[in-house]
Design a protein around this ligand. Structure first.
Ligand code: MLT
Length: 294
């Protein structure tokens, strides 16, 4: 293991471990054209899968997907400003976050098209990535997310939360944790452990990142038309008890992207990959393997 570097122009290894899933590395990857350094976790071999985290979390929300490194190359970044990634000029838009990831794929030397898997905010970023950089993407997995822009009530809710974060700090955003998780698991020890982990992640997030991300989320465009023109394999996954993303929003996705289908995962809320990794990983792996060799 090496110390955290990342101020130079070359990707620098922050940590390296060798486990049953093969060598895993954490890299600080400078993106000079984007004006920031992203931290990315790389493991496994095979068809590349890029995982994009939700708001206001980081790469660690994909911890239960790490065993998939036995079958695929996993590329798991922290988005600009989140986790250990630098903020550069700060978050300005969802499009900017998508362009950051396109640059990151080049910087780590991934020249094969990747399967992009994004949850909620990560799903919005995934939609922009595939629309803006179609040749970089071989398949799209949208998890607990939607295509539509915010309505006025959603924008007002984000503005109110942003004000609270400005005054109280990141912990104000912990109010969303109970809504992230399935009510059927809330009282169980594993449900409480997941909630505590999410709260810790949120408290570690910089208030400026949370507030800028809220503004970018509120300003994001409707992607329905753009997604209706897509021609690529796509899968939609939602937790059966998701109380943030309406099931109908994901059904609209599958009606919009030709050939896509919806999987409903039991005993899961909005954090399906964490709450029911067994079913989530099985569905994701079947989709990725269905695309054939990379
Ligand atoms: C997320 O989980 O990323 C957020 O719920 C996204 C959103 O607020 O739209």
């Amino acid at each position: 293991m090496t110390g955290r570097a990342g101020d130079g122009r070359e990707p620098s290894v922050v940590a390296a471990i060798v486990s049953g899933g093969g060598a895993a590395r954490t890299i600080d990857c400078p993106l000079p054209d984007r004006g920031c350094t992203l931290t990315v976790h790389l493991s496994g071999e095979g068809r590349p899968v890029l995982f994009i985290h939700g708001f206001p979390l980081d790469h660690s929300m994909w911890s239960e997907q790490m065993p998939l490194a036995a079958r695929f190359r996993l590329i798991v970044p922290d988005l600009r400003g989140f986790g250990h990634s630098g903020a550069g000029e700060g978050i300005r838009s969802i499009e900017q976050l998508a362009d950051d990831l396109a640059a990151l794929l080049g910087a780590i030397g991934e020249d094969r098209p990747v399967v992009v898997c994004g949850l909620s905010m990560g799903g919005y970023v995934a939609e922009h990535l595939v629309v803006r950089h179609r040749r970089l993407v071989s398949g799209l997995v949208l998890v607990d997310t939607r295509m539509e822009a915010d309505n006025d009530a959603a924008r007002a809710g984000r503005a109110a939360l942003s004000e609270r974060v400005a005054v109280e700090g990141a912990s104000a955003a912990c109010e969303m944790v109970p809504r992230l998780l399935a009510t059927s698991r809330a009282a169980l020890p594993e449900g409480r452990a997941t909630a505590a982990m999410l709260e810790a992640r949120i408290r570690d997030t910089k208030p400026d990142t949370i507030r800028r991300a809220l503004a970018a989320l509120a300003a994001r465009p409707d992607m329905t038309d753009a997604l209706s023109r897509l021609d690529l394999p796509a899968l939609a996954i939602i937790g059966e008890e998701d109380s943030i993303t309406p099931r109908e929003a994901m059904e609209r996705i599958t009606r919009t992207i030709a050939g896509s289908r919806l999987v409903v995962v039991p005993r899961s809320g909005h954090m399906t990959p964490l709450e029911n990794p067994e079913v989530f990983n099985r569905e994701l792996a079947a989709f990725v393997e269905g695309l054939g060799p990379a």
